[in-house]
Design a protein around this ligand. Sequence first.
Ligand SMILES: [Zn+2]
Ligand SMILES: [Zn+2]
Length: 154
Amino acid sequence: MAYHIDGSIIQNFLTRNTRPIDIHSLPEDSECSICHNPYSPPDPAYLHPLHPDTETEYALQIVGRGACTHIFGRRCLERHIRAGQPWSHSCPLCRAEWFPPPRAGRWDAVVRVEDALNVLVRIQSDDENVMLEVESVERNLRGIREILYERRWL
Ligand SMILES: [Zn+2]
Ligand SMILES: [Zn+2]
């Protein structure tokens, strides 16, 4: 079962709960605690915090998440969150939960509902009653999908 964290949750977290750190304010031999590479010097062109077109390891600090104020390279931080693991929602150093854990079972249910909806779309019949029943099953499946999506933490 795949764990899935919605892209909007990741974007919200990176936007609201991380801030760039000027490496000159860190001890001289500071390195990313995940990949152990030195942080890159600050770049004036750096767009905080979503920087998809670069692999550069800028230093980011976790903010507004209680006691966890750990600093990571942005590349490693994103990779950690996007890894789809049961621990991808929490700090690798102090285990603080940055956002609610992804729900594998819930995501599995969404995938099955999508599969069923895709099959229904292909059903063609000249019998009006059959098509009415297909429509009613479709309506119910859409309802289930809405319930599954309702809480944003998939
Ligand atoms: Zn790193
Ligand atoms: Zn932490």
